[in-house]
Design a protein around this ligand. Sequence first.
Ligand SMILES: *[C@@H]1O[C@H](CO)[C@@H](O)[C@H](O)[C@H]1NC(C)=O
Ligand SMILES: *[C@@H]1O[C@H](CO)[C@@H](O)[C@H](O)[C@H]1NC(C)=O
Ligand SMILES: *[C@@H]1O[C@H](CO)[C@@H](O)[C@H](O)[C@H]1NC(C)=O
Ligand SMILES: *[C@@H]1O[C@H](CO)[C@@H](O)[C@H](O)[C@H]1NC(C)=O
Ligand SMILES: *[C@@H]1O[C@H](CO)[C@@H](O)[C@H](O)[C@H]1NC(C)=O
Ligand SMILES: *[C@@H]1O[C@H](CO)[C@@H](O)[C@H](O)[C@H]1NC(C)=O
Ligand SMILES: *[C@@H]1O[C@H](CO)[C@@H](O)[C@H](O)[C@H]1NC(C)=O
Length: 398
Amino acid sequence: MRQTVPLLFLCVLISLTRVGAIHHMKRHIEERQSSGGSIPLMVTNMCNDTIYPGINTQAGQGPQSQGFELQSGANNTQYVSENWQGRVWGRTNCSFNSQGTGPSGNGYQACNTGDCNGVVNCSVTGNTPVTLAEFTLNGGDGQTYYDISLVDGYNLPMAIVLLPLSNAFFQAIPPNLTNPSCIGTVGDFNPSQSYSPYSDGQQATFLGTNSSSPLPFANNISYSDVANWCPWDLQVSPPKGPGDGVYPYPDSTIQRPIFNPCLSACAKYNSDSDCCNGKYNSPNSCSPNYYSTAAKSVCPDAYSFAYDDQTSTFIIPAGAGFAVVFCPGERSTDILATSKQQLSRLAGTGSGAASSSSSGGMIRSLASSTLAERDGRTWCWAVFTALAVVAWSFVAGC
Ligand SMILES: *[C@@H]1O[C@H](CO)[C@@H](O)[C@H](O)[C@H]1NC(C)=O
Ligand SMILES: *[C@@H]1O[C@H](CO)[C@@H](O)[C@H](O)[C@H]1NC(C)=O
Ligand SMILES: *[C@@H]1O[C@H](CO)[C@@H](O)[C@H](O)[C@H]1NC(C)=O
Ligand SMILES: *[C@@H]1O[C@H](CO)[C@@H](O)[C@H](O)[C@H]1NC(C)=O
Ligand SMILES: *[C@@H]1O[C@H](CO)[C@@H](O)[C@H](O)[C@H]1NC(C)=O
Ligand SMILES: *[C@@H]1O[C@H](CO)[C@@H](O)[C@H](O)[C@H]1NC(C)=O
Ligand SMILES: *[C@@H]1O[C@H](CO)[C@@H](O)[C@H](O)[C@H]1NC(C)=O
């Protein structure tokens, strides 16, 4: 194992370079068209309120609509290309006028969280804090990478459900390996530690799973864990009360609101150590901070900082569709910790696509999700990508 480390390093470097180059070039070669593609991306709103999902395209062909109104209980299916890379998030507390802009016009904020320049149909990514569903439908190696990310903060509970379509290969994958859920809001949380969604008779299904393939839930999380996980200083609207803003705080006796969006430490303070920038720009030098530790404690299957444990990304052979479910309810899943071996075997299988070893898959996962997380965030990154293109041209040329 030890002697393979330098080789792994090289692979990481090459993967980073390659993925960076692919994405960089795509953005320039293909003008982004919004005519959709063949892979369904369903968005379902199980929240009590109307939300406005937003979709941002980083590579490939994006959907027809990059943002729309979605009433409670409704769903909306968009189509993207097989090589699509992008993210989906939810906007809350929006008020749009009949022109589809904020009350004060284009460019003014229309939503409390997740706003994209105050327009319904987003062309930029959402304001922090947002819970993100991130997808790289084809990392160039025949694998799909996806995750629930809390790197840009948290606003709404979210689950991702694989849609096997009519493909027997995807139908055969146990759905309890592919459908993570993150509940960081008490109103959507089921406090019963013996909770099972499958007890309503044999037919009961939850997030695409049933009692034959039950989801592993994180049963160690309590009501007060979910109510209080957001570090006091990172709450978007900390409750008013004695001790508010005055030492000593946080005041744990103050009831927090049910809807309690949480900024990540990186989004709030933008320091190199919190954002894994500058000298912290590597998995070895960037450690989890108080925000990512807290986020991970209520959502063990979510990605919590730029160099989170590489297994926070789900990897499956490319070709499946996905549903993003807002406010799925009940409990967070704990798939990554309980089904590690099955997951890495899955990452190693190929459905006619180029197969790769499971460790190769994991390493590319790290490379691609790191890129996805940080994409478009800093001009430094653009410079890095440009350098990567040069480096890759050099490698490809020799
Ligand atoms: C959304 O905006 C894109 C351009 O960013 C445009 O191509 C597309 O037609 C718009 N969709 C709708 C439904 O307005
Ligand atoms: C999506 O909505 C349609 C009708 O609007 C319904 O037939 C379908 O069952 C819904 N699907 C899900 C997964 O909720
Ligand atoms: C804002 O949206 C959240 C989530 O949908 C909801 O819980 C909350 O009640 C809303 N607040 C207001 C003032 O509408
Ligand atoms: C949604 O409504 C149900 C029923 O009224 C309530 O129990 C739940 O707490 C609400 N969820 C949120 C997030 O407010
Ligand atoms: C669970 O779902 C699978 C796939 O749809 C099905 O084959 C199986 O019979 C279901 N099990 C139960 C107990 O309903
Ligand atoms: C997931 O479902 C499979 C059956 O498809 C089952 O064997 C396995 O134990 C389940 N995993 C967990 C963690 O419950
Ligand atoms: C629950 O257990 C997971 C490990 O499976 C751990 O990461 C997480 O921090 C725990 N959460 C709480 C609130 O204890």
